[in-house]
Design a protein around this ligand. Sequence first.
Ligand code: 13P
Length: 287
Amino acid sequence: MPYANTLDLLREAEKGGYAVPAINIVDPLTIAAIVRAADEVGSPVILQTSVKTVKSAGADVLVTAAKVAAENASVGVALHLDHCPDREVISLCVEKGWSSVLFDASDRNLETARRETAEVVKECHAAGVTVESEIENILGVEDGVGSDEATHAYTVDQLIEVAKETGTDMLAPALGTAHGQYKSDPVLQPDRVTEIRDKYDIPVVLHGGTGLTDAQFHEFIDNGVSKINISTALKHAYMKSALAYLKDCEANDKWEPVKLFAEIEKASEQVMRDYAKIFRSEGKAAK
Ligand code: 13P
């Protein structure tokens, strides 16, 4: 299939009572593995790139690998730019063919965030690209973007007012989650999702998925979250599978890169399968 529209995937998920796994891939290897596993279990999937990944792998390499994987799959696959405060990188990804972007204006004050989000929405919509908006701080630093301090926090009414005014397509509010590994139990706010969705019909995105329990995910999904972001879990699967294989190489003094890639792909596929089951997205993709 050609690329899916991210917003369409989320609207389908809302109707079906599940959330679409949005996995932060890091290279073409993980793109292939995540889409292969999504196809196998019949789940839609959103491939996400951090700004760091765009800069390290290069936009052309990522978009080509994602397009090839999507075209060979029979499930909906979208390519999304995660947390991007940099307008130049947004323009680059829009030009190169990403499906959607997260304009992260949580480092700006409210007035600047409002003005710039409206500008980004206008630019993206002109190119058929949909926009996720973040104006509150979601705690934690993800690939160099973000902060451990909640410097911008707003009421639900303020969030909705800005979303309506800017025409943003998807909303990433603060919901008590954080990026990275949880060092203590998070104080989650699933009721905020219900409040937002009762007041305004906009898809809500949950960040900081790694480390939450199945029950916590289910409460968020039942309250209306339709996209859940996972990054740290894939990084761990990638690095730990590589480490285990490299230790074997060292022990046996046999060095085979292609087998290393296979180990990384196997571990990455399992991440996708596990979250598709938890998020209830398996078997939900249009064939
Ligand atoms: P984790 O790294 O906690 O899984 O969060 C991912 C995320 O929210 C990416 O935007």
